[in-house]
Design a binder for this molecule. Structure first.
Ligand code: PLP
Length: 457
């Protein structure tokens, strides 16, 4: 097997600004030890997110020049609509400015007090949009998905039996829809198998509940199915994606992920009366249904991106580049979610920093150190992001304490990744020096974006 190379040439580059460790020690302190509060210019390798950070192709940039900025009926909308329909075969395609705008519209209509929305694992914005309406977001992930050290092919799968029980206990009339997030971002970017999608759909059918797919990384998921699930090795990624969506009644998507766009998203569905309600709300909050909060040029970039994401040379390189970093970390004894998912490496902070309890945010401590030592920006996905308080104000931690290193698409080369590896190993080898943190400011919702921290002495 030869080296799997980046399947692109670099036509345009952006310089990286270098900083010293002394500078970074001060910068991260001033940011309240929260990397969301850093200036991007002070970051050397930015692995905060793979959202909206992709390098666009020359054809996407050409599409941007070619965008039709007509308020209504823009030709760019029709190109976008066709690209989404080709993959999802949904009847109603509603553009939004990003994924959470699609969620906001869907849950404003379907949510409310007394309603429940099951998912394999809700992403943070999905959970927040559901809870904002007074409804409850329920995660029904299969057991292996909750154990970082267990290697399994489809750790994003829903626990189908638990889903069935949950619907039975809760009452189908209280569950407006069920979701599946593919790949499962908050659970490690882990894929969901076709069989699991089929089984979830069967349970939904049994109770007459529509199934929505949170499709942000549908192509990465389809690639995993092709590589790991028997019977799919000779199918194209497009065929696999089409089959995945054939079991869905609706889709939400952030085009900032698997559509290589810097902004954009959509809501798609087959139910005409729901689509009508969504479009009416869209007009109030996003804009006319043929642009939905986007410029015509953005719709072009998304449409072009949706064609490029199906390129199997790209997907092979993409998944291999994450696996490459994962393999080297595992070989050095660094605990990560195994096997690596599609878009990121997730350090298992519980095992990485076993001397720091969840109440002292081990993930946040690693995040601060990765920045200080190497200028790498990552994000905590654990008690900071998903922790709740009980009646007495004690922390209810989520099942896992993770640090996500999300790899932007087509942005960093192998030597950037080798540097990231060196820094993680340095932090890991000095891990006994790391301290826990306390929160000194937090917002009532989505606190991880703006929280401020201080280290314990
Ligand atoms: C990013 C993401 C969203 C939200 O999309 P935005 O474009 O960031 O608003 C929803 N679900 C998943 C799984 C995501 O990764």
């Amino acid at each position: 097997m030869k080296t799997i190379i980046e399947p692109f040439k670099i036509k345009s580059v952006e310089p990286i600004r270098f900083t010293t460790k002394e500078e970074r020690t001060k910068l991260i302190k001033d940011a309240g030890y929260n990397p969301f509060m850093l200036r991007a210019d002070d970051v050397l390798i930015d692995l905060l997110t793979d959202s909206g950070t992709s390098a666009m192709s020359s054809k996407q940039w050409a599409g941007i020049m070619d965008g039709d900025e007509s308020y209504a009926g823009s030709k760019s909308f029709y190109r976008f609509e066709e690209a989404v329909k080709k993959i999802t075969d949904m009847q109603y395609i509603i553009p939004t400015h990003q994924g959470r705008a699609a969620e906001k519209i869907l849950f404003t209509i379907e949510g409310g007090k007394g309603k429940y929305f099951p998912n394999n694992t809700h992403f943070d914005t999905t959970r927040a949009n559901i809870e904002f309406t007074g409804a409850e977001a329920v995660d029904i992930l299969n057991e292996t998905g909750k154990h970082p050290e267990i290697r399994a092919d489809f750790k994003g799968n829903m626990d189908v039996q638990k889903l069935d029980e949950f619907i039975n206990e809760t009452g189908k009339e209280n569950i407006p829809l069920c979701m599946l997030t593919i790949t499962n971002n908050s659970g490690g970017g882990q894929p969901v198998s076709m069989q699991n999608i089929r089984e979830v759909k069967e349970v939904c059918n049994k109770y007459g509940i529509p199934l929505f797919i949170d499709a942000c990384r549908f192509a990465e998921n389809a690639w995993f199915i092709k590589k790991r699930e028997p019977g799919f090795e000779n199918k194209s990624v497009l065929q696999i994606a089409q089959e995945m969506f054939s079991y869905a009644d609706g889709v939400t998507m952030s085009a900032k992920k698997d559509a290589f766009a810097n902004i954009g998203g959509f809501l798609a569905m087959n139910n005409s009366s729901l689509a009508l309600k969504c479009r009416n709300l869209l007009i109030v909050t996003e804009g006319f249904p043929t642009y939905g909060g986007l410029a015509g040029r953005d719709l072009e970039a998304v449409a072009q991106g949706l064609e490029e994401i199906l390129d199997e040379h790209y997907l092979q390189y993409r998944i291999r580049s994450i696996e490459y970093l994962g393999e080297k970390l595992v070989a050095a004894g660094v605990p990560i979610i195994e096997p690596p998912g599609g878009h990121a490496i997730y350090l298992d902070a519980k095992r990485f920093l076993s001397n720091v309890p969840p109440e002292q945010f081990p993930g946040q401590s690693i995040v601060a150190e990765l920045y200080t030592v190497g200028g790498i920006r990552s994000v905590e996905i654990g008690s900071v992001m998903f922790g709740k308080y009980d009646k007495n104000g004690s922390l209810i931690p989520p099942p896992m304490e993770l640090v996500r290193l999300a790899i932007p698409r087509r942005v960093y080369t192998q030597s950037h990744i080798d540097y990231v590896l060196e820094i993680i190993l340095e932090v890991f080898n000095n891990r006994r020096r790391l301290k826990g943190y306390k929160i000194v400011y937090e917002a009532p919702m989505l606190r991880h974006f703006t929280a401020r921290f201080e280290p314990f002495n």
